[in-house]
Structure formats: C-alpha cells, structure tokens
Design a protein around this ligand. Sequence first.
Ligand code: FES
Ligand code: FE
Length: 377
Amino acid sequence: MSEHHPPVSPLLDRCPEALPASSYFDPDWYAREERAIWRRNWVHVGRLDDIPAGTMRRVQVGGQNLILCRDRDGQVTAFHNTCRHRGAELCSAAEKPLGKLITCPYHNWAYDLSGRLVSTAFATPTPDFRKEEHGLFPVHTRDWNGFLFVCLDDAPPELRPDMGLKALDNWPMDRLKTGHRLVKELDCNWKIFWENYNECLHCPGIHPELCDMVPIYKRGVMAANEASGWVPDAPKQPVLKDGAQTWTMTGAPCGPEFAGLTAEERANGFNFVTIYPTMFVVAHVDYVRSVTVTPLGPERTRLTAEWLFAGETLAQPGFDAGNVAEFATLVLDQDGAACEMNQRGLRSEKYQGGRLMPQEFDILKFHDWVRAQMESA
Ligand code: FES
Ligand code: FE
C-alpha cells in the first residue's frame, strides 16, 4: 500500500505581482520570448498522422521558417527552410509532394532527406568548397502520443508534460484520428491565453454552460480543495454533473468509452495535460482534444483545437464530429473573447501590471516558468 497523503490546499498565502504590462505588447519583449522560449522548447506542429507520407510542409516556429519532411516510409525530419547556397527558401508552398531529394527552386541545389548536399546543379565549385559542410540546418523532432514536436535548440530540453510522459498511457493515443479541427486567431498575447487557462475565477461569469457541467466551477475554483470551507478529509464529490460522463452538450459519450482507463480517470470526466508553451491535451472517456497555442505577433495568437477519436467512434452511422465539438467550441469562444477583452484593457498607459489572487496559484507557476526561461536565456 502506498502511503496516503491527504490533498493540501494549493491557495497562495499572498497576492504576488503579475508580469509587467509591457510583456503583453512590447515588440522587444516578444522578440526575446521568441529566442528564450519558443526556440528553446518543444513546439507542437500537428498530429503525425495528418502529414501524409511523401509530403513536405512549411511551418513557422519561434519566428523561424521550417520544413517538415515526411518520407515515403513515414519517417519525419525537419530543417530550416533555407538553402545553403545563397539562402533561398526551399519550400514556398504550405505543403507539397516530397520526392527523394529536396531541391532548391533558385539554382537547383539538391539535398537528400537527411539534409546532405548531393548536387550543386549547374554550379561547379572549386576544391575549397566542401559539400559535406553545406548540408541543410537540421531541427530536432519528436513524436509523443502521435503529436509531432520540433525543437530549434541544438540541445533540446526534456519534453516535460506537467503530469509526466506517461500521463496519457491509458488512452489509445496512437490509434486516434483527427475528426474535427478549429483554427481561431485572437487579438491577444499568447501568455494571456495561458493565464486564462490557469484559473477558474472567471468561470461563473464567463462560462454558464461549463459551470453547469462541472459544478465546482460555479464557485470560481478548479477543485474542491481550493474552495472555502474545504477540509482535507471531505468526501470526494463527482466532478461532472449528475448523469454526465464527458464534455458534450448532453454529457453523454459520443462513442464507446476507452477500455483501458482507471476508475479515477473515468470519474474525473476530463484529464488535462499541459505542455508549456505550446499545447494542452484534455483526455475524456470517449475522445481526446488538444489545443495548440501559436504566437503570431506580440498581440496576435492562433489557437488550433483538434478533436481526436477512435476509428470505431468515427465509423458510427451518422456520427458528426462537429456536433461533439460544439461544447468545447462554445467554451473556447467564451475564453477567446475574455482574452481579447483582457488585452484591450491592459493597453492603458496607467496599467503597469496587476496582482494575482490566492486562487491564481497556477498562473504564478506559469509566470515563474516564463521568468525562469527568460533569465536562463
Ligand atoms: Fe538555393 Fe542558389 S539559393 S540553389
Ligand atoms: Fe475559461
């Protein structure tokens, strides 16, 4: 038997200062974040399954232009989208077929799929030029539960989901297929989105439907141990409202429940895994959802939400993934509007930065993470 630790209250015993207002709009701060955060951490670039074999895809990460190459055997490599001759862009299309070579459209230098320069076409270099020193600039890639990540750092950090690498082990992640995708651009800094994600003080005012689904949210907290009057031995209450098993409009599962989940994972109704700065995953009993955060500028952020289903769920007669997505889309729209409202207000020249409340302990952790990243760069 493992030792029993009663849960403790995570509430802060003070009201710390939030990040400075300028960190949400200053172009210099943003440029530093690109270097210190977005080019040093693992960044999610899509489901591996959604890149067909034999495809080259252009992606932007941390302000850098990259290509993802998936060869005929399904292997993935990534490179800077830059030719070593005079620096032309190798792939200008969002996506195009990938053959055996990556050929620069400018003067036709050709590289193999490991990035090695194999031909300088019409150019005939002198012996002082060494082909082996002019391969493409490689970028690290990694697959985690079918999600493809890249890291621009030469020495990538460990991939660290907040609940550990095994967090989704009981879900059949590698078999899940993307059934629905929502892309949404917001007029706010990317950190505003993560702050909103990390607290539920806004839930009673912003999310009536979600508060109905998750009764504890009506009290402005994420879990019972944050609520006033909580005692460590209080009996556990069901997380979702009576009769609901998942986040759909009715609370009913959209297909067969995943077989391998523990009783606790099932009872939770939703299981969040956060991977800063790039994505979070919410695993339900019947489907999984991911939300990917992509900064487009100091005050512009793209969200890509994807709903993943087992084949047997997608194959049900009359199955409508858009219908399943309706509930979380509603919540995401509400959060998006709140984020934009936050961004507009903090632009006041009077506002220098706010204070975090005791319930905003997860925002403090996020801020501490951002500060540590910026300082260590
Ligand atoms: Fe690519 Fe010249 S810049 S071949
Ligand atoms: Fe919210």
